[in-house]
Design a protein around this ligand. Structure first.
Ligand SMILES: Cc1ncc(COP(=O)(O)O)c(C=O)c1O
Length: 385
């Protein structure tokens, strides 16, 4: 009797791995007990806005960045807005910034009634190209606002060399760059003031919204402190028009706990970024470039490829989640139509917008999952070759 072959279900060669782009819950899991205890303390204290937890966090954050003052606020956008206000930016003024950033950088300028004036980015680091700044300066220029994009510091020394002789303040958008260093010093203290964000996905993220202004200037810090709280220097006395930009106590408590782990989490980001740089070295894709005088903190690991959209779709089909930072440069956003820009005005930023692809990178990413990203990317690139 001949044997009858029974159909056998095909065995997948390997179980597909799902790799998220980022994982805020995995991070919370590491500090969950401490965070929950701190939240209960705040709830029981009855003090829900500013207060001791916010003050303690401010002191720790300032110390970590080597600056005298840190003022906690309710978002990175508010932080940049206040930094520009105290730098004297007002209606009719111009602020030089970059077109390749999250749009909030420009919002801060617009909230002052000023106009964002864009200078294109450096094609290697994607941060403000100092060579393009001088030509943008006019009598109305009131500040220069570089962005430490993806966690890599902008080229601060030549920017200071342009700004200082003209008395133009430099304000750092450090929303993505907690603990990043430029020529061995942490960002945040290179200009008049800097703004940080603690949005949940940031390197230091709250369980909600948060931000901070840092500065070495005592007078300026006192004014930011008043402005965030309705410009009160004394209860119910308001010397100028203020804002409700206060940090809430629960976020201060969460940030205070997470702050203790930030150096370790940053080291892990650096380790994973180095690993990507090695593992992706021979693939036909543009990798991030780091100048030797900067130590980035890898908020985002962004590669570039002209066939970005196809690659992204194929990676998604293989379970690899990616991001786009940022697909539409600020000068081409409908919100800024009134500035009269057109495609072609800032070719470097536009190219990054078309080709950028952010790979998963967060401290809790395992090496096995990172290997899966690399393997999938290699396969997807081969298919397109
Ligand atoms: C470069 C940059 N600037 C400003 C902001 C604004 O921060 P937030 O979202 O906390 O208002 C962000 C973050 O979203 C950012 O990435």
């Amino acid at each position: 009797m001949s044997a009858v072959a029974t159909p056998v279900a095909p065995v997948p060669r390997h179980t597909p791995v799902r790799v998220p782009f980022s994982d805020t819950r995995a991070q919370l899991a590491q500090v969950r007990a401490d965070v929950l205890a701190a939240l209960v303390d705040v709830a029981d204290s009855g003090c829900y806005v500013l207060g001791p937890q916010v003050a303690a966090f401010e002191a720790a954050f300032a110390a970590a960045h080597g600056v005298k003052h840190c003022v906690g606020v309710n978002s990175g956008t508010s932080a940049l807005h206040l930094a520009l206000v105290v730098a004297g930016v007002g209606p009719g003024d111009e602020v030089i910034t970059v077109p390749m950033t999250f749009v909030a950088t420009s919002w801060a300028v617009s909230y002052c009634g000023a106009t964002p004036v864009f200078a294109d980015i450096d094609p290697a680091t994607y941060t403000m190209d100092p060579d393009r700044v001088a030509a943008k300066i006019t009598r109305r220029t009131k500040a220069i606002l570089p962005v430490h994009l993806y966690g890599q510091p902008a080229d601060l020394a030549p920017l200071r060399a342009i700004a200082d002789p003209l008395g133009i303040p430099l304000i750092e958008d450090a929303a993505q760059a907690h603990l990043a260093t430029y020529r061995g010093r942490p960002v945040g203290g290179f200009g008049l003031a800097a703004g940080f964000s603690f949005y949940p996905g940031k390197n230091l993220g709250a369980c909600g919204e948060g931000g901070a202004v840092v500065t070495n200037d005592d007078t300026l810090a006192a004014r930011v402190r008043a402005l965030r709280d309705h410009a009160q220097t004394e209860r119910y006395h308001h010397a100028e028009i203020g804002f409700n930009y206060r940090m809430d106590a629960m976020q201060g408590a969460v940030l205070g706990i997470k702050m203790k782990h930030l150096a370790r989490w940053t080291a892990r980001r650096r380790e994973l970024a180095e690993r990507y740089l090695t593992l992706l070295r021979d693939l036909p894709i543009a990798l991030p470039y780091v100048r030797p005088d900067r130590d980035p903190v890898w908020h985002l690991f962004v590669v570039r490829h002209p066939d970005r959209d196809r690659i992204r779709t194929d990676l998604d089909a293989r379970g690899i989640q990616t991001g786009l930072h940022y697909p539409v440069p600020v000068h081409l956003q409908p919100a800024y139509r009134s500035l009269g820009h057109a495609a072609g005005d800032f070719p470097v930023a536009e190219r990054v917008g078309r080709e950028c692809l952010t790979l998963p990178l967060f401290p809790e990413l395992t090496e096995a999952k990172q290997d899966a990203v690399v393997e999938a990317l290699a396969a997807v690139l081969k298919r397109g070759a």
